[in-house]
Write a protein that binds this ligand. Structure first.
Ligand code: PMP
Length: 428
């Protein structure tokens, strides 16, 4: 699979903290494919973990980066204003509600989360944060303190940031047997209890939540959960931060996942699909809140980098011009239907769920095999046939499907055929 001498010599020198789910030595990429050093194509159903939503190296984005590189690479955001950032604001405004009218840019999702924590604290003059069970918000200390998707993300890094409280997230498959509405109601009651017993509304600045759990297992909450959560936030003067870092930019068939639930955040976090692989993230809020953020009290050298902003503005135009939301919905329906048909004949596939092209296949224990063992075996069998998939979920027991939004029907068919083959071979 891999070959070059430099790869053999140097791969040991990279920190083992990166798990490396494949041994592919990637040479280049185009659309839905990665190519290794022997020019073998791999069907990439990970999109670089939900980043290359419009496909790898989209020609319009490549050109936008090239053009921008000739004009200005670094225009430091606290020193000057630069055109790509202003263009990006114009493009974002087209897809956001009017109250989300003030923008801060950083480099990574984790940084956006950190920024939102700081903004929420200064804007509300309150300290505490409520996050939700199974959530993933990043690896920096603040973001990690909000992350409960798996213990590996937090273990042996203590002490974490104080003032964080965790409320339950309704995971209907985990609590199958209870109706989704009852589960949602129970979670909300627990949340209210938390506000009475651990962190009062007077000291709670914000709640942060993913509208669909990402790393935590591609869990879609019952329809009424987010609207009721928003009501509770409003009732208590607590800001609602939606982390759309993985769910945004057409991933779920709508521009942002909150549109499925009829809920708008006070603070919106964006990254990943925003800039097609260039490092960029953003915090979007109403100017009323941003005005409380003390000038100079937050920032960074590279945040809102000119190349990244140019890539992002063009990415947004491509999503619009190529009607990628509609394509994601159609391709997502096709993929979901095929996977659900497959699941009918497979004793270890428990549930297929998701929205648009954010689809999770949850495995269940079977005979003597654990669900995480089966998921990993299936993933590895797919890799043998050059289909790249990733797992997620608390026990890595969910295979997630996050192809580019412009994935073709043939590529969907090819991927599901490989998956079916892998299901047949995984336990042999
Ligand atoms: N929030 C969510 C929902 C994410 O999925 C991720 C990344 N997987 C992050 C935050 C952190 O982003 P980054 O890795 O860019 O720091």
């Amino acid at each position: 699979m891999t070959s070059s001498p430099i790869f053999q010599n140097h791969k040991q020198k990279l920190s083992p903290v990166w798990p490396h789910f494949t041994q592919i030595e990637v040479s280049h990429a185009k659309g839905s494919y990665l190519f290794d050093s022997r020019n073998q194509p791999y069907l990439d159903f990970t999109s670089g973990i939900g980043v290359t939503n419009i496909g790898h190296c989209h020609p319009r984005v490549v050109q936008a980066i090239q053009r921008q590189a000739e004009r200005l690479i670094h225009g430091q955001a606290t020193v000057v204003y630069h055109q790509p950032m202003l263009d990006l604001v114009t493009e974002l405004e087209k897809v956001l509600p009017t109250h989300l009218n003030s923008f801060f840019f950083a480099n990574s999702g984790s940084e956006a989360v950190e920024s939102a924590l700081k903004l929420a604290r200064q804007a509300t003059k309150k300290t505490n944060i409520i996050a939700f069970q199974g959530g993933y918000h990043g690896r920096t200390v603040g973001a990690m303190s909000l992350t409960t998707a798996k213990t590996i993300y937090r273990s042996h890094y203590q002490p974490l940031m104080p003032g964080v409280h965790i409320a339950p997230y309704p995971d209907p498959f985990r609590y199958r047997g209870v109706s989704p509405e009852d589960l949602s109601e129970w979670c909300l009651q627990e949340l209210q209890h938390l506000l009475r017993t651990q962190t009062s509304p007077e000291e709670t600045a914000a709640m942060i939540i993913e509208p669909i759990l990402g790393e935590g297992g591609y869990v879609v909450p019952p329809k009424n959960f987010l609207p009721r959560l928003k009501e509770i936030c409003e009732q208590h003067g607590i800001l609602l931060i939606l982390d759309e870092i993985q769910t945004g930019f057409g991933r779920t068939g709508k521009f942002f996942a909150y549109e499925h639930f009829g809920v708008e955040p006070d603070i919106l976090l964006i990254a990943k699909g925003l800039a097609s692989g260039m490092p960029l993230s953003g915090v979007v809020a109403n100017r009323r809140w941003m005005n409380h953020w003390q000038k100079g009290s937050h920032g960074g050298t590279y945040g809102g980098n000119a190349l990244s902003c140019a890539a992002a503005a063009e990415t947004l135009r491509v999503i619009h011009d190529e009607r990628l939301l509609a394509k994601a919905k159609t391709a997502g329906d096709r993929l979901m239907n095929r996977l659900r048909d497959t699941a009918k004949y497979c004793s270890y596939l428990g549930e297929i769920r998701g929205l648009g092209l954010m689809i999770g296949c949850e495995f269940v224990d079977y005979l003597n095999y654990s669900k995480q063992y089966i998921a990993e075996r299936v993933r590895k069998e797919c890799l043998k046939k050059r289909l790249i998939l990733l797992t997620c979920g608390t026990e890595n027991h969910v295979i997630r499907w996050i192809p580019p939004l412009n994935i073709t029907p043939q590529q969907v068919e090819e991927a599901v055929n490989i998956f079916e083959w892998a299901l047949d071979h995984a336990l042999k």
